[in-house]
Design a protein around this ligand. Structure first.
Ligand SMILES: NC(=O)c1ccc[n+]([C@@H]2O[C@H](COP(=O)([O-])OP(=O)(O)OC[C@H]3O[C@@H](n4cnc5c(N)ncnc54)[C@H](OP(=O)(O)O)[C@@H]3O)[C@@H](O)[C@H]2O)c1
Length: 330
């Protein structure tokens, strides 16, 4: 094992936010029980916020960013893990209050670790990353709310983004008729290839909705919030359900109680960050079973840590399509 390795840091001094790749030794890592040889991390919307210093995502400095990681256990002082175990971490405050996955090595709490399903490579696991795992949590929540493929159309908003793309892939594979909403007309063929039966423009939903509108959806996966989510709620049919996991359009929700009290629809909040480990395992097992990995590979690009500042800006501008894996060893 070489003595030094590289990690992507952000730091804040006198209100100046800067990002850099630094050399570290094992002695610099946090005092946590499991040492992981990181193979890959990924880029999510939240990583864009952290890397560029927006919304106060990072709570202590200096911080190693990266809300995801996948790799092999090298050392473990915890009985649940041993050298050679294939593990991943999603969320749990990585890149917020704990050092994250943009590092060739990282020490983490054992409770944060999920075992990588045997069918998935580390690259597959990070092609999914928090975005894919969040999409799966949304699908599971819809299933639990009784939304079946026979119930009708499912709308996915922010469809060409990371969570949206995997949600379209998953729902189509499971037999749902998916209507993808995107602000980028040029992603039409891309979304059709993922399995969307129909693609609609973002503007159809991005407006002030009436409290109740003509019903269009049996359910939805919303990654953007704000007026788009309120329009989806106003158009969801009786007893339907909408899983909400994002705020790319805004954190507000200008709605009324009408869809809830007159149509009995359910708004399902998805919190991947501190989700219970049993539910995480279930989501990852389902991802390994239900996803077309060849299609996932086709919408994934692999990039080095040096491109993170630029990619962080791009994801916040809604310009990243599909998923970005970060190869921390390149
Ligand atoms: N709660 C959590 O821990 C958690 C976990 C994962 C994700 N999330 C959230 O889920 C959302 C999506 O994450 P992601 O990683 O998939 O990000 P992403 O790849 O950037 O996707 C977001 C998509 O939203 C659409 N969008 C962007 N700006 C918009 C705007 N101003 N108005 C309307 N739509 C807009 C774009 O899709 P189109 O171009 O197709 O319209 C964009 O591709 C983020 O808000 C993220 O914070 C939350």
């Amino acid at each position: 094992m070489s003595d030094t390795f590289r990690a992507f840091f952000v730091d804040k001094r006198d209100d100046r936010y800067d990002a850099s790749i630094r050399d570290l030794t094992l002695a610099d890592l946090p005092d946590e029980p499991v040492l992981v040889d990181v193979a890959y991390s990924s880029l999510n919307y939240k990583d864009g916020l952290a890397v560029t210093g927006k919304l106060g995502i990072v709570r202590s400095f200096p911080m190693v960013c990266g809300i995801d990681l996948a790799g092999t256990v090298i050392e473990s002082a915890h009985p649940a893990f041993a050298p050679g175990d294939r593990v991943l971490v999603n969320g749990w405050g990585l890149s917020e209050s704990h050092w994250g996955g943009y590092s060739q090595k990282q020490r983490v709490k054992a409770e944060f670790l999920t075992r990588v399903p045997a069918a998935l490579s580390f690259e597959d696991a990070m092609a999914l990353g928090t975005a894919g795992y969040t999409a799966m949590l949304c699908v599971i929540a819809l299933e639990e709310a009784g939304v079946t493929p026979a119930a009708g159309d499912i709308v996915v908003t922010g469809a060409a983004g990371g969570v949206g793309s995997v949600a379209v892939l998953l729902l189509a594979k499971l037999g749902y008729r998916v209507v993808a909403s995107s602000g980028r007309p040029e992603t039409r063929d891309y979304l059709k290839n993922l399995g969307a039966a129909e693609v609609i423009g973002r503007d159809e939903l991005n407006r002030d909705a009436k409290p109740l509108e003509r019903v269009r959806w049996a359910g939805g996966v919303d990654t953007v919030g704000s007026r788009i989510l309120s329009t989806v709620l106003a158009q969801t049919k009786d007893e339907g359900a909408v899983a909400a996991c994002g705020l790319a359009a805004g954190a507000d929700l200008p709605t009324t109680v009408m869809p809830f009290i007159l149509r009995g629809i359910k708004l399902l909040g998805i919190n991947p960050v501190t989700c219970h480990p049993a539910r995480r395992d279930r989501a990852w097992t389902r991802l390994a079973e239900d996803l077309d990995m060849a299609k996932l590979k086709a919408i994934t690009m692999v990039e080095p840590m040096t491109r993170l500042p630029e990619l962080g800006e791009q994801i916040l501008k809604g310009k990243v399509r599909g998923r970005v894996v970060i190869d921390v060893n390149r």
